[in-house]
Design a protein around this ligand. Structure first.
Ligand code: SF4
Length: 358
């Protein structure tokens, strides 16, 4: 049996199944750095350490050992299926018949890094910036469309001593396509404890990045709160409807609202001059999602919209106005159809953030 074993992004995160697979093996083959990281598990086994770039030789050797009747493990950092040894194994498997094999998944750098930052992953793309086997034009295309698709983007292998161009090109594309204030998480798992930092895309500095760095670039809804990077999924926070909000939406549905700035309001401007007051009471309240500036007031169970200026922007109001009548036919729909309302909110965030970038 050949087992292609993911040993995880850090030695603490190796799975029970990976430990068992290594224990069953008589021969363990891998890149020397990864073999060294699990040395304490390899007592009494034949160990074959190889260098970077000889992946094919590692697989051929494993197959030869397998035909000699040995139990073989090919170790791969992270997950073998994500820029790991599974791909090269299956590329060569068709050459032979009668090989028994098993792939043991592992914790990849994307999920490991995400666990250190908070909860930054929603729908996401994992892209390697290594152009050793992949043309730079392909890498650039993938980054561009992942950014346009509003995916969270996880960049592996961002830079090496001799390979900086893909990183520079990637950042250039991202700055053209998404908001320069988009949060970015930087993780270096080679440091002990792992180095983590949260910055804006605009502030990403090449000097901070090396081959062991992982970058997680947020999407249009990602925000940072209390040192955590969060990409909200949109869970509904239930709360009774405030009487003033109920009155406001009764008037709204009857067409009795002030569109644009309400300069006769005692509180005008509660956010900024020329604010759009059409949604003085937000139809999404409480959205429970800090991507537009709202926050929980700690220990009070109150959602504060004080710092949300998004709802008072003209393009936001235009986007919401267009679709709100399809959802809100009765004041009770503010509660009953909250999921649909929150989906409308996400759609408008995406639309307005894109408009703001151009
Ligand atoms: S005003 Fe902003 S923060 Fe408050 S509920 Fe509406 S969208 Fe959320």
């Amino acid at each position: 049996m050949i087992r292609i074993v993911g040993i995880g992004a850090s030695t603490k995160d190796i799975t029970i199944r990976a430990l068992e697979a290594i224990e069953k093996s008589e021969v363990v083959i891998g890149y020397k750095k990864y073999i060294n990281s699990i040395e304490e598990l390899l007592d009494g086994k034949e160990i074959i350490k190889k260098g970077m770039g000889d992946e094919i030789a590692r697989v051929e050797l494993a197959i030869q050992k397998h035909f000699d009747g040995k139990q073989v493990a090919i170790v791969s950092s992270g997950d073998p299926g994500i820029f790991g040894m599974a791909n090269v194994f299956f590329q060569l498997l068709g050459k032979y018949s009668g090989i028994e094999y098993e792939v043991i998944p592992g914790v990849t750098a994307a999920t490991y890094g995400a666990s250190l930052l908070g909860s930054p992953l929603h729908d996401f793309a994992v892209i390697s910036l290594s152009d050793i086997l992949t043309p730079l034009s392909e890498i650039k295309r993938k980054i561009k469309y992942a950014a346009r698709g509003d995916l969270v983007i996880v960049l592996y292998n961002p830079i090496s001593k001799t390979r900086k161009k893909p990183f520079r090109e990637a950042i250039k594309i991202l700055l053209e396509e998404i908001n320069p204030h988009t949060p970015v998480g930087i993780i270096k798992s080679s440091c002990n404890p792992p180095y983590i930092s949260l910055i804006n895309l605009n502030d990403l500095n090449e000097k901070e990045i090396d081959m062991s760095t992982l970058l997680i670039i947020g999407n249009s809804t990602t925000y940072i709160e209390d040192g955590h990077m969060i990409t909200p999924r949109g869970y509904v926070v239930k709360q009774p409807l405030h009487e003033l909000s109920r009155d406001f939406y009764q008037n709204f549905l009857a067409g009795n609202i002030v569109e644009g700035p309400n300069i006769n309001c005692d509180y005008y401007p509660c956010h900024h001059h020329s604010q759009n007051c059409t949604f003085c009471y937000c139809p999404f309240y409480p959205c429970g999602d800090g991507s537009t500036g709202g926050r929980w007031i700690k220990d009070k169970a109150v959602w504060s919209c004080q710092d949300c200026e998004w709802i008072h922007k003209y393009e936001t109001v235009k986007c919401i106005r267009k679709q709100l009548p399809l959802i809100l036919e009765d004041v009770e729909d503010l509660k009953k159809r909250k999921k649909e309302l929150l989906k409308l909110r996400r759609e408008c965030i995406h639309q307005t953030r894109n408009l703001n970038n151009k």
